[in-house]
Design a protein around this ligand. Structure first.
Ligand code: FAD
Length: 340
């Protein structure tokens, strides 16, 4: 067991892709600040890449007091080997007490590798982080047993304490251009032979980009749509509202829509201004991803459907009748606004 007293400060892995910071990093900085204040430590960001130094200022404006910068042409693209080596070597050298990662594809790949290399634990997919007032341990909460209960996990004996955190759950840090911080160049021992994979080309997703996390209006469909074509109707409603389309897992499993659109425990967590649940029963795993929406409007033909328990407005009816009426009403509203 390491000497736990040697470990201090809260680190946020500042994930970036092609020179742009991934949005969850701002949420981690917001949460990391609160934890740093409660544990009397500094909030630091760890930035890896090639020619990414210009991002350090942004991280400082979002609250990082120190930015550890690891730059090399070998780190231009994310590779598990390269990034895991650099970050785990730095953890061994600088000994942070807590390291937070976004539960993105990269975070989910990287964090377990690091945990194994530095011989510590990892709580994946956290939805809440707190500090134990008695002993300042990090209490990491995540859904367990299919979302039927929330488990709070601690890492009592090993350091650092590490979590991946679900995007869209924590509040973003506020940006302040007056914030001051320092940049520390990380001295790396990284050779081409350390990286077993070579990135030959980055191919961007060709489908329509779904930005569920940022959408103000989400029109989600479930098994009650009856078939894949039902989503064409929902896309129309989303377009009229200037929003995007979400889905339940049952609709995704049926092959009606891509997993990128899934809302819920094993999909995306969303907090739009208005969330339309169309033909969605309201299973606990779906609610886990959308119950924080400002206004929930449910359309379901079964008046006893559990979704009505959390809906602000409920429409009992057939989606195939109600959704076209909504499209018509909002289209008319938009036209009247345009000519007013
Ligand atoms: P159903 O439960 O089949 O409900 C369909 C609803 O449509 C019913 O309420 C019905 O009354 C209504 N309906 C039928 N016809 C019409 C009509 N014509 N007009 C209006 N209403 C109609 N689910 C998620 O959504 N997201 C997740 O991330 C997720 N993760 C999971 C993780 C685990 C570990 C497990 C075990 C499950 C997970 N699930 C998740 C699945 C979840 O338990 C439910 O099975 C799923 O949410 C149900 O989807 P649904 O509401 O579309 O379908």
């Amino acid at each position: 067991m390491e000497n736990r007293n040697e470990y201090r400060n809260v680190w946020v892995y500042a994930e970036q892709r092609q020179g742009a910071i991934t949005p969850v990093v701002y949420e981690l900085l917001g949460e990391g600040k609160k934890i740093a204040e409660k544990t009397g430590s500094e909030l630091c960001a760890f930035l890896i890449g090639s020619n990414v130094a210009s991002l350090a200022g942004e991280l400082i404006e979002y609250g990082a007091e120190k930015v550890y910068l690891a730059e090399s042409p070998l780190l231009e693209y994310y590779t598990t080997d390269g990034y895991a080596k650099v970050l785990s070597d730095a953890i061994k050298e600088y000994k942070p007490e807590i390291v937070l990662y976004g539960a993105t594809h990269i975070g989910r790949d990287l964090a377990p590798r690091i945990a194994a290399r530095v011989n510590t634990g990892l709580t994946a997919d956290c939805t809440k982080l707190e500090v134990d007032p008695e002993d300042k341990k990090l209490m990491q909460t995540r859904p367990a047993f299919g979302g039927n209960l929330m488990a709070t996990i601690v890492c009592p004996d090993h350091r650092p304490q590490m979590s991946t955190v679900r995007p869209g759950v924590m509040e973003k840090a506020a940006r302040n251009s007056d914030n001051k911080g320092s940049v520390i160049q990380v001295d790396m021992q990284l050779e081409p032979a350390d990286i077993r994979t070579e990135v030959i080309e980055i191919v961007k997703h060709k489908k329509d980009m779904v930005s569920l996390v940022d959408a103000n209006f989400i029109v989600s469909g479930g098994k009650g749509l009856g078939c894949a074509d039902g989503f064409a109707m929902l896309r129309q409603l989303a377009e009229v509202l200037g929003g995007t389309v979400g889905a339940s897992r049952a609709a995704v499993d049926a092959g009606w829509i891509d997993h990128a659109n899934q809302v819920g425990q094993t999909g995306t967590t969303v907090k739009p201004t208005i969330y339309f649940a169309c033909g969605i029963s309201g299973a606990i795993q779906h609610l886990a991803g959308m119950s924080e929406s400002d206004i929930i409007i449910a359309i379901n033909k079964n008046p006893m459907a559990p979704i009505f328990d959390i809906a602000d407005y409920g429409i009992v009816g057939d989606v195939n009748e109600v959704v076209p009426m909504l499209i018509e009403a909002f289209t008319q509203y938009n036209e009247e606004k345009e000519f007013a």
